[in-house]
Ligand binder design. Structure first.
Ligand code: ADP
Length: 484
């Protein structure tokens, strides 16, 4: 088997810039694929957070007229990542996040910002950068969606293309009037091309025009072909069923390693997991909760968004208190949810506490100190927090949807008897569904031996990138006959 080269195209990458799991995946998958003989070079936008971390970089491609400004592509190695950075100050040198300004509103020129990323990706894909000719172009989410379109309508030979859907809720649409300004020919505006209900659809274009489509769990791959979860794209996804597969995400087991985690009061392994209990009082203190060994401590590490069922947690605070529980929430997102948790924490001192903002250390402390982690998602393409929770021995209490379905074995009676359960599932994702799961957690917790078995089973589960990376490598090889 010879090595193959992949050009990855993504709008965020850990540890340089991150708003969610997408960044984790882009960062960790590149490293894991190296072990499979796949060399990944990742094209990312040159946001300030990225530009500031580049030391030595070589300019490898010029783009003097890229949607109203001068741009260039830099090749750089940063934090173990091999990158192409699109240095286009008129598009990316701004305060705020990757997609929105400091006021939280999306940048109005987002179609051009990410079309620029895709145009450059198409040029790199065709070998315009010396000594770089990828076998496969791997785009992530809508921001990379037009890459396949630029490659298709150009008409010249192109490498194989793969698009990965991390979340179908984000599709990237813009008015049809932008077709020519985006550099797309009239024939691209077609049901078989970029047209999407009368607009231009970035993700839709990729789903129609890429050789293969993947998403981040087998269950989500099935769900998105149904009208209920297909978000308007289920018809197209059904039509492309033969090209669509689900490959689970993993987590970086060096970053998430309870044995060598400097952020923990007491690092531990599966063998020494009785030491884990020392992390609970540390977490309770960190959050200002009453230090009580016998309180069943639930944690939350999440974007505070409707998708994540945050309102259902808020609606169950009384139930958590009633069963003698506590709740430690780390999250950021919709301001009304942040405020609601602040109000709840004031009303229930010592029992409910919240920290808003993004904080890796606190996330690790929760996974190591909480007894259980609440994940009541309404939909979940894969989910990473349940993988971190299992690795750290916090029992996931999760909705039975998407990747949560594929990665957790429900500790029902049969599973407990067979010593197999790794967490608690519930369905439907409603207030009472979650409430009943909270009560079930308490019942299981009341039998420490059973609860510890569930915890140990989770800790034993392989949640690393090794299996998923091998699956991606197989897919890339299938698309590259010469490298098979
Ligand atoms: P999504 O990408 O939909 O937000 P995932 O579960 O796939 O959800 O990935 C989210 C990642 O971000 C996980 O690794 C989770 O632990 C982490 N995370 C989410 N919110 C925070 C936060 N406020 N502070 C630290 N880490 C967070």
């Amino acid at each position: 088997m010879s090595g193959i080269t992949v050009l990855a195209v993504v709008s965020e990458i850990y540890p340089l810039i991150k708003t969610g799991g997408l960044a984790d995946v882009a960062g960790a998958l590149a490293g894991a694929l190296a072990a499979e003989g796949v060399a990944v070079v990742t094209l990312v936008p040159g946001y300030p957070a990225v530009m500031n971390k580049i030391n030595a970089a070589e300019a490898v491609l010029a783009a003097p007229h890229l949607f109203g400004g001068k741009a260039r592509v830099l090749r750089a190695k940063v934090a173990g990542l091999d990158l192409f950075v699109l240095d286009a100050p008129h598009l990316f040198a701004r305060p705020g996040g990757p997609y929105a300004g400091p006021d939280g509103r999306d940048w109005p020129d987002n179609p051009f910002r990410f079309a620029a990323l895709c145009q450059i990706a198409a040029r790199l894909a065709r070998g315009e950068c010396p000594r770089f000719r990828p076998d496969v172009v791997h785009g992530h989410d809508w921001q990379a969606g037009l890459t396949a379109a630029y490659l298709t309508y150009d008409g010249r030979p192109r490498p194989a293309t793969v698009i990965t859907i991390h979340n179908l809720a984000f599709q990237g649409q813009c008015p049809a009037a932008l077709l020519a300004p985006l550099g797309l020919p009239p024939r691209a505006f077609d049901v078989e091309g970029v047209e999407y209900y009368g607009t231009i659809g970035f993700l839709k274009a990729a789903l129609a025009l890429s050789d293969k489509i993947t998403t981040v769990s087998p269950a989500y791959a099935a769900e998105i072909r149904t009208p209920e979860h297909g978000m308007g794209l289920d018809g197209l996804l059904r039509a492309r069923s033969d090209s669509l597969t689900g490959i689970l995400n993993g987590i970086d087991d060096a970053v998430w390693n309870p044995r060598e985690d400097a952020w923990l009061a007491a690092p531990y392994s599966i063998q020494t997991r009785q030491k884990r209990s020392q992390n609970k009082p540390a977490l309770q203190k960190h959050f200002g909760l009453t230090v009580e060994r016998d309180a069943l401590l639930f944690g939350v590490v999440s974007r505070l968004a409707w998708q994540k069922g945050i309102d259902l947690i808020l609606a169950n605070l009384e139930r958590i208190e009633k069963i003698g529980g506590q709740l430690a929430v780390l999250g950021s997102g919709d301001p009304p949810f942040e405020e609601a948790f602040r109000v709840a924490a004031k009303a229930r001192p010592g029992r409910v506490a919240v920290m808003t903002g993004y904080d890796e250390r606190t996330a690790h402390m929760i996974q190591a100190g909480a007894d259980a982690l609440l994940i009541p998602s309404r939909f979940e393409p894969c989910g990473l927090t349940q993988l971190c929770a299992m690795r750290y021995g916090a029992v996931p209490v999760a909705a039975r949807v998407g990747g949560l379905m594929d990665t957790i074995i429900d500790a029902n009676e049969m599973a407990v008897a067979a010593k197999l359960g790794t967490g608690i599932h519930f369905s439907p994702t409603t207030r009472n569904g979650l409430g009943a799961a909270i009560e079930r957690t308490r019942k299981l917790w009341d039998t420490p031996k059973v609860f510890d078995r569930i915890r140990a089973n989770g800790m034993k589960t392989d949640v690393s990138w090794r299996g998923p990376a091998a699956a991606y490598a197989r897919l890339f090889r299938e698309l590259t006959p010469a490298a098979r």
